[in-house]
Design a protein around this ligand. Structure first.
Ligand code: UDP
Ligand code: MG
Length: 138
């Protein structure tokens, strides 16, 4: 079944010129890019985006990082897009990520792990709506 997911190239990925390599992997996986923009979140916007993690020990540092520079936000579409993009990203901790995944190849830190992807249909709906309105999605 066709599904949409929200993908982000995080500030470390943009700063390290990894927009091209990440998008190449997304395209090679056969996922369609339905919306895309470069944005810089405020601290408050990053806190709102990651509200599910409020109260966790990494929340303050994560939201500082996510508001530290520009990100690329994208809506990806395809059959089983949420799980396929999560698999392409690899585990949160790059040291545990499978060989060949984006995080295994490029991440340098559990926090600075280059990419974000929604983890469920519910989070995808919230996250897509956080950055895009209906007119911006092809
Ligand atoms: N994170 C962190 N320390 C942790 C767990 C997570 O800095 O112990 C950061 C990391 O950038 C991660 C984000 O918080 O991508 C959101 O965590 P989540 O558990 O949702 O991981 P993800 O869904 O991104 O794999
Ligand atoms: Mg997550």
């Amino acid at each position: 079944m066709k599904q949409q997911t929200l993908a982000i190239i995080k500030p470390d990925g943009v700063a390290r010129k990894l927009i091209g390599p990440v998008i190449t992997r997304i395209e090679n996986e056969g996922l369609d890019i339905k919306a895309m923009k470069l944005i810089k979140m405020t601290k408050e916007q990053a806190q709102g985006f990651y509200k599910v993690h409020k109260g966790k020990p990494f929340f303050d540092s994560l939201t500082d990082f996510m508001s530290s520079g520009p990100c690329v936000v994208m809506v990806l579409e395809g059959d089983d897009a949420i799980a396929r993009y999560r698999k392409l990203m690899g585990a949160t901790d790059y040291r545990k990520a499978e060989e060949g995944t984006i995080r295994r190849e490029y991440a340098t830190d559990i926090e600075k792990n280059v990419v974000h992807g929604s983890d469920s249909p519910e989070s995808a709906a919230f996250e897509i709506g956080y950055f895009f309105n209906a007119l911006e999605i092809m």
